[in-house]
Design a protein around this ligand. Structure first.
Ligand SMILES: Nc1nc2c(ncn2[C@@H]2O[C@H](COP(=O)(O)OP(=O)(O)OP(=O)(O)O)[C@@H](O)[C@H]2O)c(=O)[nH]1
Ligand SMILES: [Mg+2]
Length: 262
């Protein structure tokens, strides 16, 4: 059995990659690692090849160029499912997601709820009791909380942390999710995936995590990315509401017709 796969997307993470891979391998020795590199100019891809060379549980997926986090993850999910990995973990390279917390996330995936159902998706959450953020400036904290709350309201998402990227998917859930309908390539990807997961009936639980701001390397976050995400969530929310109203109107019309025929 190929076992769990931890996907680590990278763009210019030279300073962070060796330590994070070592920490993942130590925290969950049975897990393999897939580094997905978008042809980083700083040579992260070659560094990853070196790590794969000495550890057969480390793999590298080289992509042509910077096409965004979403595109990198979607290609990694195909890679994982083709090879039978289960579950599939998303984890940032910059040290924000602590590999030492991964056993707790994996355990949550195997814990049934009151109805005896195990979740399909576990989200490492900063905004549930017990969750926290270390070293974040106030504006980032505010942005993340407001972004999550807005996504939750607009899309009716059953979670407190809708934008976080520390996640564990059951392979079967990932297969059911209609990944071909997820088109967001930038950061809105996390919300887009979650929304599709909920629409396709995946059960989701949140587990508190400690999120640590990166110490080395540079963030790829920008105002352009934030505005794109707000715009997308707003557009999806309206489609959802008016789409639902259209469905309700159609159902009411056919019910009225049925009654008038009877
Ligand atoms: N393959 C690939 N990885 C990316 C891309 N953009 C970001 N990443 C990686 O995705 C992870 C998250 O990116 P960060 O820059 O840390 O973004 P963030 O965590 O939202 O922002 P900060 O909190 O400021 O660090 C990191 O491991 C990045 O190297 C991309 O276009 N392609
Ligand atoms: Mg980060």
């Amino acid at each position: 059995m190929p076992g769990p796969l931890v996907v680590i997307p990278t763009y210019n993470e030279r300073e962070n990659l060796p330590a994070i891979v070592a920490r993942v391998r130590a925290a969950v020795p049975e897990a393999s690692v897939l580094v997905v590199d978008d042809h980083s100019p700083d040579g992260t891809g070659e560094l990853a090849d070196g790590l794969a060379h000495v550890d057969p549980s480390v793999h590298v997926l080289h992509r042509r160029g910077k096409e965004g986090l979403g595109a990198a993850y979607l290609s990694a999910f195909e890679w994982a499912l083709e090879r039978g990995h289960d579950p599939v973990v998303q984890l940032d390279a910059d040290g924000s997601h602590l590999p030492e917390e991964l056993p707790r996330l994996l355990a949550a995936l195997e814990t049934p709820d009151a109805a005896g159902r195990r979740p399909d998706l576990v989200i490492g959450s900063r905004w549930v009791p017990g969750g926290s953020v270390v070293n974040w400036p106030r504006h980032r904290m505010w942005l993340s909380r407001v972004g999550s709350a807005y996504s939750r309201i607009m899309l009716d998402l059953p979670v407190r942390d809708a934008t976080g990227g520390y996640r564990v998917f059951r392979a079967e859930g990932l297969r059911r999710l209609h990944r071909e309908d997820v088109h967001t390539r930038g950061y809105g990807f996390q919300v887009d995936m979650l929304w599709h997961a909920v629409m396709h009936g995946l059960s989701v639980v949140e587990v508190p995590i400690t999120f640590v701001e990166r110490e080395l390397g540079r963030s790829k976050m920008s105002w352009g990315i934030v505005i794109e995400a707000i715009w997308q969530v707003t557009a999806w929310g309206f489609t959802r509401r008016f789409g639902r109203r259209r469905d309700q109107a159609a159902a009411a019309t056919s019910e009225a017709r049925r009654r008038s025929r009877a």
